[in-house]
Structure formats: C-alpha cells, structure tokens
Design a binder for this molecule. Sequence first.
Ligand code: MLT
Length: 385
Amino acid sequence: MKKILKLNEISPLADDFFKDYEYSSEVKTPEGIMVRSAQMADFEVNKELLAVARAGAGTNNIPVAAYAEKGIVVFNTPGANANAVKELVICELFLGGRKITEAIEWVNGLKSEGENIPKLVEKGKSKFVGNEILGKTLGVIGLGAIGISVANAAAALGMKVIAVDPFLSTAGAVALSSSVTLLSSREELYEKSDFITVHVPLNAETRGMFDKKAFGKMKDGAVLINNSRGELAVTGDVISALGTGKLSRYITDFPDEKLIGVNNAICVPHLGASTPEAEDNCAVMAAKQLTEYIENGNITNSVNYPSVFMPRTGVARVCVHHKNIKEILSKLLAIISAQGINVANMQDVSRGEYAYLICDLDDTPSTESLNVMRGVAGVLKVRLI
Ligand code: MLT
C-alpha cells in the first residue's frame, strides 16, 4: 500500500482520495506528502518520495528547486482559496479607507462610562472619520486567480482598477473584467494608485519589492495591502513610510515583531485562506493532483514541472524526469526500441531546465532497461507505473 504523509491538519474531504493509501501524520517513507504551512527545508527526503502537494497557493515553505533536481513534483492549488483571500482583501480595503480598527478599540475602552456612552460616542467619533473606496484607484500587482478575483470585485464596488502582471495567462485575461486597465510597469501603478494590493509569489525577484525606492514612487497617503508574504516588504522601510505619512496604512496578513503596534500598521494573523470553504477546496484539489500523479503520472498545477495529461493506453507507462538537454529524448527512446517494444503514445514536455517524458508502451520494459535509462546523463528519475 502506498503511503501519504500528512505534515499539517488537512480537511477531511481529502480522505476520500486516500482510501487505498496509508494516510497519516505518522507514516515513514511516504510516496506523497500533503502539506500546508509546515516548513520543509530540513525535511529528510526519502528515496520513495514522488511528490509534495501544498494545500494552498504559496510554496515558499518547500524547497521547490532542490526537489525538481531530485525529480520530485511539487503541486500547489491555485484558485482554490481565491475567494477567501479576495473577501479578506475587500474587508481590508474598507479598513484601509476608514479608521475602523482604532474606532473599535476606542469604543472598547468606554465600557465603564455607563449611560454616558452614547454621548461620548457622538462626541468622540469625529476622530475616526475615514474615506470611501468608491472612485478611488486600486492597483493590483499580480493577476493570478486571487489578483483577478480581487480586481473584478473591486471594480464591481466602483473602484478604478489598474493592474500589472507580465505573466498574465490567456485564461486570466479572459476572466479579468474589461474595466480593469492593464499597465506595463509597476512604477506607473505606484504613481496612480490610492490603494495597492499584491498577489505574487515570494521569490528572488519579488523579495523586498516594497522598499524605500518603491514607496518613494507611490502617492502620499497610499494604502498598501499585503496578503501574499511578509518578506515582499522591507519592514524597516514600511515603518518609515508609515511614519512620514507616505503610506497611510500598511495592512498585512504577516505580522512581525517590529510591525506590531506601529501606528497605522494593521496586522492580521495569516487569515487569508482560513475559511472552511477554502480549506476544503485546497485539500480536495491537492489530494486529486497528488493521487493522479502517483497513479497515472499526470501533472496538473505543479510549480516545478510542466503540466501533462495523457489518458492511459498501452500496457505499461514509463515516466522520466530529466534535464531539458539535447539528445536525451532520443537516447531514452533508443533504450525502449532496443527492447523491441512499441511506443503506443508519448509526450515529452519541458519547463525551464527540466522536462518530463510520459510514455505508454505496448509491453513492459525490463528492470534492466529501466536501470539503463536511469544511467543516462541528465535523467533524474525513472518510474514504471
Ligand atoms: C496560501 O499560500 O495559499 C495562503 O497564504 C494561505 C496559506 O498559507 O495557507
């Protein structure tokens, strides 16, 4: 029986997919891993491990590049928690425009005032006057499932929405409201936005993107909303920008020690995807992708290998993770041919420096020939299903 290790609590809706597996937080030598936010940097990878499925969008807790090199596929669940995050962002737009958090805190302090409370409320409320979002400009950075969902919802609320995403997919462009204006540079977005919300992954290019220089280009009093990852912003520069009024608010799902308690910083405890609906959606999507890969070798929504879906034909399926280098495919096919086996169907797809061959054969190749494949320079993993 194949084994799936559960590194975090995962919605029980995933259980249905793992009926034929040993699925728990205790299993050793797993073929698959289901994870949410557990840090995997120091996880000792066993040789049986085929794939890791993250029930969520960000994969910065998983050593994605190192796993690619070992032929381990990492999946995420784009879109599965988009509605939950969108709803939080909409809430934060209002929190950015109005002084609701401070006002609630002030009212809580009035408890002992008894019957004077209504009078004190009317007298004190002018300190908490805020702005509406209607007609204001929202800049959306990153138009994946979440960014698109936020852009469309904000446009429906009467905001002028502008956005940047150099990697916008065709499907994304179709899903995006026609009222959203696409810009080609972040600088232009900074100059024009009253509110900015970011929906990009954390990587070498995006780490620290909100720094002194970026704040310098923004409108005075801009509101920055960051539900993606804390490290996208340089905390010291955020605090300075709040101090000078360059930023009127910084609202983030990723509190840190320096930020908590800073005037006009609103820290939310990573609640973006914390709804049962999002947790169910993510768990189901992650489990489906993981089992489809383990059972059939098909890849959907991987962050380190290309997508491939090939219905099963033939008698045996051979899956090969390999470097995207010349002549490797002909070498692999020659090994199959040398066995006198017909290739019923095949696909070889690449993504950056990695590629994946999925090959349905009319006969089962010998263990010896699979080992010969494993010995070809640039081959990372060979699997017979
Ligand atoms: C995500 O990456 O999907 C969100 O930050 C929520 C989460 O980490 O679970």
